[in-house]
Write a protein that binds this ligand. Structure first.
Ligand SMILES: Cc1cc2nc3c(=O)[nH]c(=O)nc-3n(C[C@H](O)[C@H](O)[C@H](O)COP(=O)(O)OP(=O)(O)OC[C@H]3O[C@@H](n4cnc5c(N)ncnc54)[C@H](O)[C@@H]3O)c2cc1C
Ligand SMILES: *[C@@H]1O[C@H](CO)[C@@H](O)[C@H](O)[C@H]1NC(C)=O
Ligand SMILES: *[C@@H]1O[C@H](CO)[C@@H](O)[C@H](O)[C@H]1NC(C)=O
Length: 407
């Protein structure tokens, strides 16, 4: 038998190992290289949504193993001193499993990450830790990847799943300017107070700050506060003890509806600066292509980062199968056809969502009484119209396929 076509995946974050499983199932031989030495215990949570879950459900038995919590409703609160009130409440999210197959599912990122890695290993995929890809040298029929530790490896083609600070992206298109959006997120995972065990996703709107929370299992709630602040690093690192103590004494610690209690009871608080990057007009060069955050980094306000990465995986694998059904070693020309079709399909959608997320962040964090009034009115209006909410869900969640997949 002819040897299998080898593919190097840079990055064993959320997208890399999932992509590797699909490629392996389609007859390729993927190898994943990851910069960190092991699965980091970093980050908070992800909200898996129907579009992403539908892709994961194509890996036999995997979705059933996930440990998280289904979100049953969405509630919006005003926390302004003039009036503390519920602005809107909707249970339409609980109808999603019937209409689009899956609902919203809160999950701890470190736990989910470990499950993805284990699943990839169970499929016989090699994940090589402590290897940061730094160089990509292309020839007519292969790519040679060099790692920071001096090792090299060669494959037919390379997929850069190396996230926000992607070296693959830099090596293809150069270093781009990044700009701080003026917004930061500070968050953690806290024990769920008994009164909060109805598993809703909650939004709290204060003057100059917004908090979102959702359950990640039966006894824990993940939360994040977005505010306007001076520049902060773009990493999911923990705050030092002193900064945590100061944060826990901030105005949010007194917020009502149970919000303050989560801040006070959190023992590991994480802080993350939100940055803008220019959108690319191509995602590939020769035999190397980008996927996930490396291709279309987004601010987190729509919770679509991981879900869009899974949509990418679906379409890239579908197109590889369509144009190269035997999984034989593809020519650069064939790869160009596949990568171009993938890009043209994915760019419009991810670009709209990146812009939508940015707009959502701007709308959530407003300052001053007048702006807050306008904001709480627009939330009330938006959530009054059940048909519009359902239409919005359909637009977001009827991708990348609704019933039958094509891979
Ligand atoms: C540590 C961490 C914590 C996060 N926590 C949250 C969170 O709490 N909430 C949230 O909404 N999103 C979080 N994210 C982002 C979220 O995981 C992504 O937006 C989304 O899942 C898209 O996945 P991705 O695989 O494209 O990128 P990522 O999940 O970021 O994965 C990229 C991977 O590539 C690795 N890598 C980077 N450079 C190289 C290189 N040169 N060579 C080899 N490997 C490389 C990184 O170490 C990382 O494992 C976090 C990301 C990271 C890395
Ligand atoms: C929720 O997750 C935490 C941390 O992983 C764990 O300690 C706790 O037992 C879990 N709770 C339930 C009810 O599963
Ligand atoms: C909305 O904001 C304005 C301005 O602070 C306030 O008067 C109003 O009561 C707020 N709350 C609600 C629930 O509308």
């Amino acid at each position: 038998m002819e040897s299998k076509t080898k593919v190097i995946i840079a990055g064993a974050g959320i997208a890399g190992p999932v992509l590797a499983i699909f490629l392996k199932l389609k007859g390729y031989e993927p190898v994943v290289y990851e910069r960190t030495l092991s699965v980091p215990n970093a980050g908070l949570s992800l909200c898996l949504q129907p579009n992403g879950l539908r892709v994961l459900s194509l890996i036999p038995g995997f979705v059933d193993k996930l440990v998280g919590k289904q979100i049953s409703k969405v509630v919006h609160y005003s926390l302004l001193p003039e009036e503390e009130a519920v602005l809107a409440e909707s249970g339409l999210v609980s109808k999603l499993p019937e209409t689009v197959g899956f609902g919203l599912f809160g999950i701890r990122r470190p736990k989910f990450h470990r499950q993805i890695i284990e699943e990839a290993e169970a499929h016989g995929i090699r994940i090589v830790w402590g290897h940061q890809a730094v160089g990509f040298e292309q020839s007519e029929d292969h790519v040679k990847v060099t790692f920071a530790n001096g090792n090299t490896d060669t494959a037919s083609f390379v997929i850069g799943c190396d996230g926000l600070h992607s070296n693959t992206r830099i090596s293809l298109f150069g270093k781009e300017p990044v700009s701080f959006t003026g917004l930061t997120q500070t968050g953690g995972v806290s024990p769920a107070p008994d009164a909060r065990r109805d598993y809703g996703m909650r939004n709290f709107y204060a003057d100059g700050a917004h908090m979102i929370l959702y359950p990640v299992n039966d006894s824990e709630i993940s939360w994040a506060i977005t505010q306007r602040e001076p520049e902060t690093k773009e990493t999911w690192g923990h705050m030092d003890e002193e900064a945590q103590r100061a944060f826990k004494e901030g105005p949010w610690s007194q917020w009502s509806f149970g919000a303050g209690e989560l801040v006070r009871s959190c023992d590991r608080i994480v802080k993350f600066g939100l940055y803008d990057r220019p959108e690319l007009s191509v995602w590939h060069k020769g035999r190397v292509v980008l996927l996930g955050d490396a291709a279309h980094p987004t601010s987190p306000h729509l919770g679509q980062g991981a879900n869009q990465a899974f949509e990418d995986v679906y379409h890239l694998v579908r197109l590889l199968k369509k144009h190269n059904p035997s999984a034989s070693a593809p020519s650069t020309e064939l790869l160009s056809t596949i990568f171009t079709e993938y890009e043209s399909l994915r760019m419009a959608r991810t670009s709209a969502l990146v812009k939508g997320a940015r707009k959502q962040g701007e709308a959530r964090v407003v300052e001053g009484v007048e702006a807050c009034k306008a904001r709480n009115n627009s939330i009330r209006e938006a959530w009054r119209d059940g048909d519009a909410i359902t239409a919005g869900y359909m637009e977001l969640y009827s991708h990348p396929f609704l019933e039958k997949s094509d891979i």
